[in-house]
Design a protein. Structure first.
Length: 393
């Protein structure tokens, strides 16, 4: 019996490390290995045998891990890069998001699954949830292969903007299918998005200010972690987007600190691999076979339609925005992963009485597809970066 959180976490870390050694041996993305390590200790496999229970404490750990990753994303995109590639990043973000929405909505609607209530509601809900991308897997692969170049920069920018667009689409979707007023939806999405960006900007200014005052290098890690944790706590209290807060925190701190900005991000780089192991092993450990088997037809349709939609959407948007050839051909593969934001939005549907007939089914589809994306997504991102010639190993 293993009920101790520390013991469970230790077992997950050891398993993840061992599988990552095997993965590195065969030049396989370590992130996928971490997800498989978590799956091994899921409830339906060894986790059930040894009575693993991660539910009471895993949320806080994954929230902190995702915040650290989002902070790194914000700091990896500079204002100069945005000036140079802003048009391409904006077009590609809209293209891949709307491409996924349309592809999933049409695929589910024409499949006509047997459900209670109108099929078009389920189709639109799943379509909107398909818009978001998980930044963690993409960033982890970029760092593992030390990727640099136009595709990498554009990919980081798209991942950062993607969730803003996804949250706005989700709020507007509620207007159509859940009976909310237009003003309520606009206000809700506006507060969630703008509030998160504003909070992160203020916290970033404070972090840069104190960073200029600190001279001892060993103080930077606790200072940065303090800013991340404080911003996440305040975001929860104010009901604004924690992910956008963390992205904005990193971007603001880097922009204000400028030449010395690297001092605010070097300490976090030492934690990256630990953060990735924790995040992806816990994601894999949440796998449930019963959830996967329930509505497996919808899961397959959702996974393939979303990938096709993102690939086509980005290709069209990249051509319209005159993006470099490597961006046109390979950017779509980098936005395949999906996890935290989609799950969070799906969970929010459980609190909408008018969507009770489909909310649990939607959550099951998102949870099951997440595991598939966490394994397939890193391999797709690696393929894109290698084909674009931007990897360093």
């Amino acid at each position: 019996m293993m009920s101790s959180p520390l013991l469970i976490l230790g077992v997950l870390l050891v398993t993840g490390l061992l599988l990552s050694l095997v993965a590195s041996r065969f030049n396989f993305p370590r992130i996928a290995a971490y997800a498989i390590a978590g799956l091994i200790w899921s409830e339906d496999l060894l986790g059930g045998v040894f009575d693993f229970d991660i539910a009471p404490w895993s949320y806080s750990l994954t929230t902190v891990a995702l915040a650290i990753i989002a902070y790194a994303i914000g700091g990896s995109v500079t204002t100069e890069q945005l000036r140079r590639l802003g048009r391409v990043i904006t077009f590609c973000t809209v293209g891949e998001s709307l491409g996924a929405v349309l592809a999933v909505t049409l695929a589910v609607y024409f499949y006509q699954p047997v459900i209670e209530g109108p099929v078009w509601v389920l189709a639109i809900v799943l379509g909107v949830l398909a818009a978001t991308t998980a930044p963690a897997a993409t960033v982890a692969v970029i760092h593992q292969y030390r990727a640099k170049g136009p595709l990498t920069t554009t990919l980081l920018g798209v991942v950062a903007l993607d969730d803003i667009f996804g949250i706005i689409l989700f709020s507007l979707m509620l207007v159509l299918v859940a009976g909310a007023s237009l003003s309520e939806a606009v206000l809700s999405s506006g507060v969630h998005v703008v509030g998160g960006l504003a909070l992160g900007s203020v916290m970033g200014l404070l972090l840069a200010f104190f960073g200029n005052k600190v001279r001892k290098q060993t103080f930077f890690l606790p200072m940065v972690l303090s800013a991340i944790l404080l911003s996440q706590g305040i975001a929860e209290i104010l009901h604004v987007s924690p992910l956008l807060t963390a992205i904005s925190l990193g971007f603001s701190a880097r922009s204000v600190y400028q030449a010395g900005g690297e001092r605010l991000f070097e300490p976090v780089e030492y934690l990256e691999e630990l953060v990735f192991i924790i995040f992806f092993t816990l994601a894999g450990a949440h796998f449930k076979l019963s959830v996967f088997m329930q509505g497996i037809d919808l899961i397959v349709i959702y996974v393939f339609a979303r990938i096709i939609g993102k690939l086509l959407g980005i290709y069209i948007a990249a051509r319209v925005s005159s993006a470099p050839e490597t961006v046109r051909q390979y950017l779509g593969f980098g936005v395949v992963p999906q996890a935290g934001i989609a799950i969070g939005l799906a969970l929010a549907l459980l609190n909408r009485p008018e969507l009770q007939d489909i909310a649990l089914l939607v959550l099951n589809v998102i949870l099951a597809s997440t595991l598939i994306y966490e394994i397939v997504g890193p391999m797709a991102t690696r393929y894109a970066l290698v084909k674009a010639g931007e990897t360093r190993q």
